[in-house]
Every structure is written in C-alpha cells, then in structure tokens.
Design a protein around this ligand. Structure first.
Ligand SMILES: Nc1ncnc2c1ncn2[C@@H]1O[C@H](COP(=O)(O)OP(=O)(O)OP(=O)(O)O)[C@@H](O)[C@H]1O
Length: 218
C-alpha cells in the first residue's frame, strides 16, 4: 500500500478507466481536452462518484475497494481527508471570512475557540487575515481564492484537489495566487487540474495527460 495516493477506477458509463499514483508530498498536474476524464477523476477521489470497479488508497488507508459485483468498501466524502477546491471559491455567502475558514475544523469536531484560532492561523498563512470580518461578497476574486485556499488547508487534508485554481482570476490576481500555491503545496500531496503548461510546471513535479478516459502520458 502506497503512503501517497494510488487510484485505479473504471466507470463503464463514461468510458473512463484510469490508474494514477501520487508520491507522498508530491503535486501532480492533470491535463487533457474537454471530456478527457479530469472531473470524473476528481469526483471519484472526493467520493462524489462511485466507480464500477477500482481501488484507492491514501496515506495508508483504503478509500474504496470495489470488485464490480457490489462487494467491497467505500468511504464517504467526509471521512476521506480530502479537500476539493472548485474553480470558483464557493465560500458560504452568509458567513464571515473567519467563519468560512473555521467551518473546516468545526466540522471535524473542534470547539468554537479552537476553530477560530485555527482559522486565524490559516488566514495569516495565505496573507488574508485582514479580511477576517468581511463577507465573501466584499472580496475580489483573488482575495476570495486565497480564503478558499485557507479553508482547504484548515481541514488539514491528506490530499488536496485543485480544479483549475486560476480560472476564475484576472491577470492581476493570478500571479499572487500562483506564488501562494507554490508555497503551500510544498510537501503536500496534491492533484491540480490545469490547462496551462506554465501553471502546471510551476506547481507540479509531474504532468499526467488524460485522453478519452485513459492516462495517455505521465
Ligand atoms: N454527469 C455525467 N453523466 C454521464 N457522463 C458524463 C457526465 N459528466 C461527464 N461525463 C462523460 O465522462 C467522460 C469524462 O468527462 P469529464 O467531465 O470527466 O472530462 P473533463 O476532462 O473534466 O472535461 P472538461 O475539461 O470539459 O471539464 C466524458 O465522456 C463525458 O462525456
């Protein structure tokens, strides 16, 4: 069993059959044309989609092991230790920035004071502590993305999934978030979907190319 991420999954209805390994502490970029299977891979890992057959281990635990005959194990999303960052920051609009970030430790069972102090720590890590009392609507795209990164890290995930982290950003916001991600991804096990070879090279040690639901290169 690998200590990083290992996944093999087949979904007949989508004609997807993938195998992938991410060494512990490494970032791998996933690229490929529309319909290649990138979102399917992320949904399978996050526990939003159940493959027909496959096996996945992360940091020594089995996330799923399905034999196609309805037998096997399958961990629900909240027990996987995976944080998924969507293309849009998707912050809770009715909560302050601090409460958004505190939500992650809170849902893992930490008390209110500890969650808020963890949130302050992660906001400082991404240089967003000055926005703690704002609502998401009062943030720029780049600021919101930094808060979303803090929220993902505050969950202390074993695997970070980043779906095109720069797609919602303008030209001014992109370099700041890219630099931040280079720093926070250091030593973390992560997968990042990216169409931009420059972004992939900046963030990842290895690039995996998907084609028609298969790993074509990498
Ligand atoms: N909700 C769905 N139901 C059935 N098939 C789907 C669904 N979503 C995607 N597919 C199919 O699964 C395959 C993989 O698509 P997927 O969305 O994972 O690709 P992608 O690489 O993420 O593409 P994009 O860059 O457009 O997001 C494609 O054949 C697609 O048509």
């Amino acid at each position: 069993m690998t200590e990083g991420l290992f996944v093999t999954a087949r979904l007949a209805a989508r004609d997807v059959s993938l195998s992938l390994t991410v060494p512990p502490g490494a970032t791998v970029a996933v690229t490929g044309h529309n319909g290649a299977g990138k979102s399917t891979l992320f949904a399978v890992l996050a526990g939003l989609l159940v493959p027909d057959t496959g096996r996945c281990t992360l940091a020594g635990s089995v996330l799923f092991d399905l034999d196609g005959a309805g037998r096997g194990s399958w961990l629900p999303p909240h027990r996987r230790g995976i944080a998924l960052m969507a293309q849009e920051p998707l912050l809770f609009p009715h909560l302050s920035v601090l409460e958004n970030v505190a939500f992650a430790p809170r849902s893992r069972g930490a008390g209110r004071a500890r969650s808020r102090s963890a949130a302050r720590h992660w906001l400082a890590e991404v240089g967003a502590e000055q926005f703690a009392d704002r609502r998401p609507a009062q943030l720029s795209g780049g600021q919101a993305q930094r808060v979303a990164i803090a929220r993902a890290l505050a969950a202390e995930p074993r695997l970070l999934l980043l779906d095109e982290p720069f797609s919602a950003l303008d030209a001014a916001g992109t370099p700041v978030v890219r630099e931040l991600l280079v720093r926070v991804l250091e030593g973390r096990t992560a997968l990042v979907i990216s169409h931009d070879p420059e972004d992939a090279a900046a963030l990842a040690e290895r690039v995996v190319v998907l084609e028609h639901g298969r790993v074509a290169a990498g």
